[in-house]
Ligand binder design. Structure first.
Ligand code: F6R
Length: 612
């Protein structure tokens, strides 16, 4: 949940570190800090609050060091404060550490070190790490490379998850990193090397990356990177070239990343479709090679994820059950992992995670693997933890998503799941060719239809202006529209801090209608011709109780008295969420802007949730 950056090379480190931190603020933003080696001494500067506060520390721009580590924090252990900010240093001021993750046994380690005479100045779990390194550095290590061995001995004592960077004034040209269950990449430059939690933070410096594996160490200097396994045997590692343009991580004239990412959806969907889909041809999923024999043997599918990714899974379930007739359940990862689900080798488990680092989703994947199920990961981040664990991986190719609220990743996940359902149906021969061709054509039309939706936003803006100061809202839909209602409601909560609930429209009478009173806002999604009349009746019930209504529809609605109707293009009902979610994304966005909130960095939220 934190962002880390590192640099060693021939330039001043501070500007590189600060730029990287600014790109990573979506991972945490309650405090930030840097450590560099200046005149053979460790120099640490840190501040509570945003990276801007760090930048404003007097003297930070005068640091000339060409090596450094940096961190932006999302507090877990210890409140946001200067002393709890990273880097943390050992008692002798010789080792500085930044850490993303959680050290579960830090109480024990603190007790151990206290007995050995160490003292602690922060409430963080991280502070044990530099002190342990110091302890091992002093005690009993006689090897040539004492620094790496001391780091390794300290890391051997840690239980939990971590991506760690360490520098020491005893080795002023060397940066050591290691990771387990927390992301870390190394960017290779010429005479300089970079480290970051996420590729975008250093993409303006290099396109050549090493993706560090769990329990792998790297010793980095300006002109070399050496890799070691968990027994400290050295090995070589291939560079991966990341083809993204550096501008993908800029705002490109948009006020916020969220708005930019909403408007990127026609293109991100094109990228997701890629070469997989062509009319008159079978969907191309050669990269996962799932055979007919295997699929015939499958009795059930689980789709497991958290938050928005789970909402995408709900649409995927509709597509898989309709086209493949395989019973499919959608589970929240944090529930799935503890509820003893029935899993065997006749179960296929699909895990969806934009970041690929969500702790609960990864744990749920490991559980299914241990019970013999095949696992398929859907992720947006190349080489992310989930993709390393899964038997098969499909990438959404939506491009980096920086705003905390997920938008383009959701629509790409939905498109990919529907294409996967088509593919499975083609392998199983479980659906009519005509039906599949109709769906393919609907998917191929989506980018142009999305452009049309994004061209007509006045109604949404006006509605947002009318309702932004409200405290409660309700989202209603039936079938696939209910899946969209859930996602719309989540977006609203996340970035506008308005309480909202999503209900299956037919459930209204079974309790929630008691909450509908004069002036309350109800948002209806109506895209399925078979269900439209029923949903209209439900909405009339709220209108007659005085609700203000916004309806998103691709149907012709006659004689209705809804306050605002937003028309979206007609399409196959399975893909309708990709169009109907867009006005809801924009509605949350404009409500948040009307309230003067920070859209990209909502309170209490971080982009990837790497802890339980
Ligand atoms: C909502 C949102 C979260 C994430 C959830 C899962 O806008 O961003 O609900 O969808 O934390 O994250 P990933 O997909 O990275 O596993």
């Amino acid at each position: 949940m934190c962002g880390i950056v590192g640099y060693v090379g021939n330039k001043k480190a501070v500007p590189v570190l600060i730029d990287g931190l600014c790109c990573l603020e979506y991972r945490g933003y309650d405090s930030a800090g840097i450590a560099v080696i200046e005149n053979n001494q460790l120099c640490v500067m840190k501040e509570k609050g945003r990276v801007d506060n760090l930048k404003a520390i007097s003297g930070i721009d005068d640091l000339n060091s060409t090596i450094g580590i940096a961190h932006t924090r999302w507090a877990t252990h210890g409140k946001p404060s200067q002393e709890n900010a990273h880097p943390q240093i050992d008692n002798s001021n010789q080792f500085a550490v930044v850490h993303n993750g959680i050290i579960e046994n830090y109480h024990e380690l603190r007790d151990f070190l206290t007995q050995k005479g160490y003292h602690f100045v922060s409430q963080t779990d991280t502070e044990v790490i530099p002190n342990l390194i110091h302890y091992y550095y002093q005690n009993g290590i006689t090897d040539e490379d004492k620094f790496l061995r001391a780091v390794k001995s300290a890391v051997d004592d840690l239980k939990g998850s971590y991506a760690i960077e360490v520098i020491s004034n005893l080795f002023p040209n060397r940066l050591i990193v290691v990771r387990k269950d927390s992301p870390l990449v190394i960017g290779k430059g010429k005479g300089e090397n970079f480290v970051a939690s996420d590729i975008p933070a250093i993409l303006s410096h290099t396109k050549d990356f090493y993706l560090l594996d769990d329990n792998e160490y790297a010793v980095i200097e300006g002109d070399s990177v050496h890799f070691f396994d968990n027994s400290l045997s050295e090995h070589s590692k291939a560079v991966r070239i990341i083809e993204w343009d550096a501008t993908v991580v800029e705002k490109n004239g948009y006020e916020d990343y969220m708005l930019k990412e909403i408007y990127e959806q026609p293109n991100s969907i094109r990228e997701t479709i890629g070469a997989r889909l062509k009319l008159g041809e079978k969907c191309d999923f050669d990269d996962i090679a799932i055979t007919k024999e295997y699929l015939n043997n499958i009795r059930q599918i689980y789709i497991v994820a958290c938050g928005t990714a789970m909402h995408a899974g709900l649409v995927g379930k509709n597509a898989i059950e309709k086209l493949c007739h395989i019973p499919t359940q959608v589970d929240i990862a944090s529930e799935f992992r503890y509820r003893e689900p029935i899993i065997d080798d006749k179960t296929l488990c699909i895990y969806i995670s934009q970041s690929g680092e969500t702790a609960d989703t990864i744990a749920a994947l490991k559980l299914a693997k241990s019970k013999g199920a095949k696992t398929l990961a859907i992720s947006n981040v190349m080489g992310s933890s989930i993709t390393r664990e899964a038997d098969y991986t499909l990438y959404t190719h939506a491009g980096p998503e920086i705003a905390v609220a997920s938008t383009k990743a959701y629509t790409s996940q939905v498109v990919l799941l529907i294409m996967l359902a088509i593919h499975l149906a083609e392998v199983l021969k479980s659906a009519q060719t005509e039906e599949l061709e109709d769906l393919k054509s609907a998917i191929l039309n989506l980018p142009a239809q999305l452009e049309a939706v994004l061209d007509e936003t006045e109604e949404v803006k006006n509605f947002a202006k009318r309702i932004y100061s409200e405290h409660d809202m309700y989202f209603l839909g039936r079938g696939i529209d209910y899946c969209v209602a859930m996602e719309g409601s989540l977006k609203l909560k996340e970035i506008s801090y308005i309480h909202s609930e999503a209900y299956a429209a037919g459930e209204l009478k079974h309790g929630p209608i008691a909450l509908i009173e004069n002036g309350v806002t109800v948002i209806g999604i109506l895209t399925n011709s078979h269900l439209v009349e029923k949903s209209i009746s439900n909405l009339q019930e709220v209108v007659s109780r005085g609700a203000k209504t916004l309806v998103i529809t691709n149907q012709k609605l006659n004689n209705t008295n809804f306050n605002t109707i937003i028309n979206i293009p007609e399409t196959n009902s399975l893909v309708s969420p990709i169009l109907s979610i867009v006005p809801l994304q924009l509605l949350s966005y404009y409500i948040s802007k009307n309230k003067g909130l920070d859209v990209d960095k909502p309170i209490n939220l971080a982009k990837s949730v790497t802890v339980e």
